[in-house]
Design a protein around this ligand. Structure first.
Ligand SMILES: NC(=O)c1ccc[n+]([C@@H]2O[C@H](COP(=O)([O-])OP(=O)(O)OC[C@H]3O[C@@H](n4cnc5c(N)ncnc54)[C@H](O)[C@@H]3O)[C@@H](O)[C@H]2O)c1
Length: 322
């Protein structure tokens, strides 16, 4: 005799499975029904088998053309928070160059003329005003972008602010603001993007921008809370990678070192530190980060999730000068 509860849970499971793309070859319909209908919680292995999507396959060999093909983002839509300038804007151009349409979400208007970029790359590149400290505003911006573009395949969270101040001088308000933008802003941007990816049912890729400050103290700066906010991002990359893996959504983090943008330029008195302390003896550029992010987003990284890549000129390993 089949109970009403088991019928409901079987139907729910089948709907979920259908939404995810079908029946996994290693798990027949009857096994699935049994797992969900006999009243016990599935074991972690059963859950994983249930969620493993059939389209996840090992790549078939490597050749120069297949490497180029795997880097291609043709047909994808990439959302970039903080994409109006600096690292985010360079990444917007990077992904457009690889064939992706681009959604820029930022409080500022983009520094580049988007119609020109659209002509250069032959891709749709649109800006939506979004403040990552307002959840209703984020919901509305994501909804507009999804309405216009129809889907989200990739998300890069680059919106962030820095605070260089001695520990004893941090105020409550500025500290809250920093955590709201750097941590909650990235967290809920990733959540909104991943919700859409789950609806689409064929996975996706999220790259969270952390920082060298998540790895160690920074010479000549007092960035305790900023570093803590970026350490939170680094851990989110790992925990979300595991939680979203059943949906084939990969999550990785990139930690830039000192990078020449408006953010680092505001620290006028320590530019020499940015140039001399990295073992590779120069400040980085946003372009130095482009291929690392392109890799994380690409199909070539289909087995890479929960990874952290520090692109710092070696600084996270130690300093060349003090
Ligand atoms: N530049 C560096 O040296 C460096 C080093 C390590 C990590 N990072 C990180 O890289 C990311 C990008 O930094 P950048 O150097 O390009 O800085 P940037 O200041 O040039 O760009 C940051 C972008 O985030 C946007 N932003 C800020 N607050 C926002 C909000 N509330 N809502 C929406 N957008 C908001 C800004 O408008 C800006 O376009 C940041 O997360 C930063 O912490 C930068």
């Amino acid at each position: 005799m089949i109970s009403q509860r088991s019928i409901i849970s079987t139907i729910t499971a089948k709907r979920t499975w259908n939404a995810l793309g079908g029946i996994h070859p290693r798990l027949s319909r009857s096994t699935l029904s049994l797992v969900v209908s006999n009243g016990r919680r599935p074991t972690p292995l059963e859950r994983r088998q249930f969620h493993t999507r059939p389209s996840v396959q090992a790549p078939a060999g490597v050749s120069p053309t297949s490497v180029a093909e795997k880097l291609s983002l043709a047909g994808k839509v990439t959302v970039i928070t903080g994409g109006a300038r600096g690292i985010g804007l360079t990444l917007a151009e990077t992904v457009a160059g690889l064939g992706s349409d681009v959604v820029i979400l930022d409080v500022l208007q983009p520094e580049r003329e988007l119609s020109e970029l659209e002509k250069t790359y032959g891709k749709r590149i649109r800006y939506y005003r979004m403040d990552v400290t307002s959840k209703p505003g984020m919901d509305a911006a994501f909804a507009s972008a999804i309405n216009d573009f129809g889907r989200i395949d990739n998300c890069i969270t680059s919106a962030g602010i820095a605070l260089d101040k001695p520990f004893f001088e941090h105020t409550w308000e500025e500290s809250r603001r920093l955590l709201d933008i750097n941590v909650l802003g990235s967290f809920f941007s990733a959540q909104l993007a991943a919700q859409q990816m789950v609806k689409q049912g064929n996975g996706g890729s999220v790259v969270l921008i952390a920082s060298i400050a998540a790895h160690c103290a920074i010479p000549a700066q007092c960035v305790s809370l900023y570093g803590a906010s970026k350490a939170a991002i680094k851990l989110l990359g790992k925990t979300l990678a595991v939680e979203l893996a059943p949906h084939n959504i990969r999550v990785n983090t990139l930690s830039p070192g000192f990078t020449a943008t408006s953010m680092s330029r505001q620290f006028t008195e320590i530019q020499h530190v940015f140039q001399t302390t990295p073992p590779l003896k120069r400040i980085g550029t946003p372009e130095d980060l482009a291929l690392a992010v392109a890799y994380f987003l690409s199909d070539g990284a289909s087995y890479t999730t929960g990874a952290e890549l520090a692109v710092t000129g070696g600084l996270h390993n130690g300093r060349i000068e003090v």
